[in-house]
Design a protein around this ligand. Structure first.
Ligand SMILES: *[C@@H]1O[C@H](CO)[C@@H](O)[C@H](O)[C@H]1NC(C)=O
Ligand SMILES: *[C@@H]1O[C@H](CO)[C@@H](O)[C@H](O)[C@H]1NC(C)=O
Ligand SMILES: *[C@@H]1O[C@H](CO)[C@@H](O)[C@H](O)[C@H]1NC(C)=O
Ligand SMILES: *[C@@H]1O[C@H](CO)[C@@H](O)[C@H](O)[C@H]1NC(C)=O
Length: 420
């Protein structure tokens, strides 16, 4: 009796211990220090192994690193042999580099030699200016915002879910909702051929239905690398961040908020009504019984006001429950501009010129055109009207909340809204 109970106890304890060991192991591997020190260069299959003792960096690669490299070296080569394919270069002795190289070369035939951001045409120097502002601020210790100082390895996977990768052209796009992201996602789908229509990849971005565009299973994002590449995922991300052309599009932060409000709370949106409008109406308008559906709420005249929305953003309890929804989360929290060195910073205010320039930079301007947008875009000139109903103290607090985005992306402080 007691013996079986004791046995069961040991069984449970053993299982828990195993699970803990597995968690700790994978956690360690995910951010293992030797990834930090792997200085990667384009793999040369016949590159001689660097002589040991040449700098502390290589010395610090631990034995675990060596073992892992050996394991890595065995994997893909064995697979190649099994499938009967001939590798062009003879396997070099005892170095893990080429194996990692194989992993990279296998990313769907991307030609590593042609894409060089330095050759980018930037006729009016606009990009150079935006990027140098960004770099200077990231390096400036007196300009601070939360999580500015952490390294790329310290960013958890789930915060990398806005980085969409196209391996065919070597492009990484950080999507920011309310900044033409539907159309840029469409462009990424066409480039990466990640979605088929009757067996053939889409060629024209505008052919892709909206509901497919925003389905996250359509896109390869960094947060999915872990499942795909396991322990090599961080390393692979860093290789791609180094080699690929990275871009994002930004917009005046206050105008983006108005745009978010208009599309999620002025139009009938069941999900946003249930998740956000109901709590806002309860907390900030004293409504107790609210209809279950957005249609009923709208017909009863129950709508979140812009002022409710701002109050929600400023409420210290809001982010205790969950981080801001992506439609109003700060761009620097979505795209990590001090950890990722973007090659191209587009702005919605200059969308047409920036889109044309970016497609030339990516060398895909012959392949597709950026879709023109006919939707009712929120104009910067509406800002004063929208904020007229917001108390001055709230506007100032709101500016503080989004200040890093204003400064990083070169948007002037909206003095007219922040003065008495
Ligand atoms: C760093 O930032 C501070 C405050 O934002 C600014 O006053 C200063 O001029 C900046 N320094 C440099 C070197 O850009
Ligand atoms: C997203 O796409 C996947 C696979 O195509 C599908 O199974 C899923 O239902 C889609 N999700 C939504 C919300 O449409
Ligand atoms: C909601 O009710 C509380 C107390 O019942 C009151 O202090 C507050 O002013 C009310 N708020 C609004 C927006 O009516
Ligand atoms: C655009 O949106 C504004 C404000 O939401 C509205 O007043 C206007 O009628 C809209 N214009 C069109 C053409 O839909």
């Amino acid at each position: 009796m007691t013996q079986t109970r004791l046995f069961r106890l040991w069984l449970v304890l053993g299982s828990v211990l195993m699970i803990l060991v597995i968690i700790v192991y994978w956690d360690n591997v995910g951010t293992a220090h030797f990834y930090l020190h792997t200085s990667f260069s384009r793999p040369h299959p016949l590159e001689p192994r660097p002589t040991p003792g040449r700098g502390a960096e290589r010395e610090s690669a631990s034995d675990a690193g060596e073992v892992l490299e050996q394991l890595l070296g065995a994997g893909p080569r064995r697979a190649a042999a099994a499938s009967g394919t001939q590798t062009e270069a003879p396997p070099p002795p005892a170095s893990g580099r080429p194996a990692l190289g194989n992993m990279e070369e296998r990313v769907r035939g991307y030609d590593w030699s042609t894409h060089d951001a330095q050759q980018s045409p930037d006729p009016d120097g606009r990009q150079a200016a935006r990027r140098s502002v960004l770099r200077a601020l990231c390096a400036n210790a007196s300009f601070v915002f939360p999580s500015k100082e952490r390294s790329f390895d310290d960013i958890p996977n789930y915060e990398l879910n806005h980085l969409i990768v196209d391996d065919r052209h070597g492009v990484i796009y950080c999507y920011v909702p309310k900044v033409a992201c539907t159309n840029w996602k469409r462009v990424m789908i066409v480039l990466s051929e990640s979605l088929l229509q009757r067996g053939a990849p889409y060629r024209d971005p505008l052919d892709i239905p909206r509901e497919y565009v925003h389905n996250s299973s359509t896109h390869l994002t960094f947060n999915k690398f872990w499942r795909r590449y396991g322990r090599f995922s961080r390393h692979l991300m860093k290789v791609k961040l180094k080699k690929y052309t990275k871009f994002l599009f930004v917009r005046d932060p206050f105008v983006r908020l108005i745009s978010a409000f208009r599309s999620k709370f002025e139009l009938e949106n069941e999900e946003f009504y249930r998740k956000f409008a109901i709590p806002m109406l309860r907390m900030y308008s004293n409504h107790t019984s609210l209809p279950a559906s957005v249609r009923d709420a709208f017909s009863a005249g129950l709508k979140v006001s812009f002022s409710n929305f701002i109050q929600y953003l400023l409420d210290p309890h809001t982010e205790k429950l969950a981080p801001f929804n992506e439609h109003w989360r700060q761009v620097h929290r979505l795209c990590h501009p001090c950890q990722i060195d973007y090659d191209f910073v587009g702005k919605l205010e200059t969308l047409d010129q920036d889109a044309a320039q970016l497609l030339r930079l990516l060398k895909v301007d012959k392949l597709l055109h950026f879709p023109p947008s006919y939707r009712n875009r929120t104009a910067s000139s509406w800002e004063e009207d929208w904020f007229a109903q917001i108390p001055l103290a709230w506007r100032r607090q709101l500016y503080k909340l989004y200040e890093a985005d204003f400064v990083l992306f070169g948007y002037p402080k909206p003095e007219n809204l922040l003065r008495d």
